[in-house]
Ligand binder design. Structure first.
Ligand SMILES: [Zn+2]
Length: 138
């Protein structure tokens, strides 16, 4: 059974709705400011750099690398007991500088994850209609 299979749910708000709609179409897109060109994530109405509300949603290729990570040892909910320990990674992208996405690396042991490890995007659907960007080691 995959991590959070049957348990994952998303609760979009006014800022994140578009992000999750793109994920549902298996498109990883991040906001890019029309004023200064800065990427931002999580999604916000205005740019943190220049204040502009002019924004476009730019697709990334899906190649990233581990910026940082942690390893979950304690099963916060009983349903993940069989999965601990598992890594949680912070992913950065060459084609969206400044974006750091928290996700998981699939099919890897927690002790194989390293900072700088190259990752490829994979789309995971742990619950019906819940499409999450997750990663595999290149
Ligand atoms: Zn800006």
């Amino acid at each position: 059974m995959a991590l959070l299979e049957g348990l994952a749910s998303i609760h979009p708000d006014i800022h994140t709705r578009e992000y999750w709609e793109y994920c549902g179409k298996k498109e990883l897109r991040f906001q890019k400011c029309g004023g200064c060109g800065a990427f931002r994530f999580p999604p916000l109405t205005g740019c943190r750099e220049c204040g502009s509300t002019d924004v476009s949603w730019v697709a990334v290729a899906g190649r990233g690398r581990v910026f940082s990570y942690t390893v979950v040892h304690h099963p916060a909910i009983p349903e993940v007991r069989e999965h601990v320990p598992y890594p949680v990674v912070v992913v950065e992208f060459d084609d969206a500088p400044g974006v750091r996405l928290i996700s998981n690396v699939l099919d890897i042991s927690y002790d194989e994850v390293e900072i700088g490890m190259e990752l490829d995007l994979v789309w995971d659907e742990p619950s019906p209609g819940v499409v999450l960007p997750r990663f595999k080691k290149v």
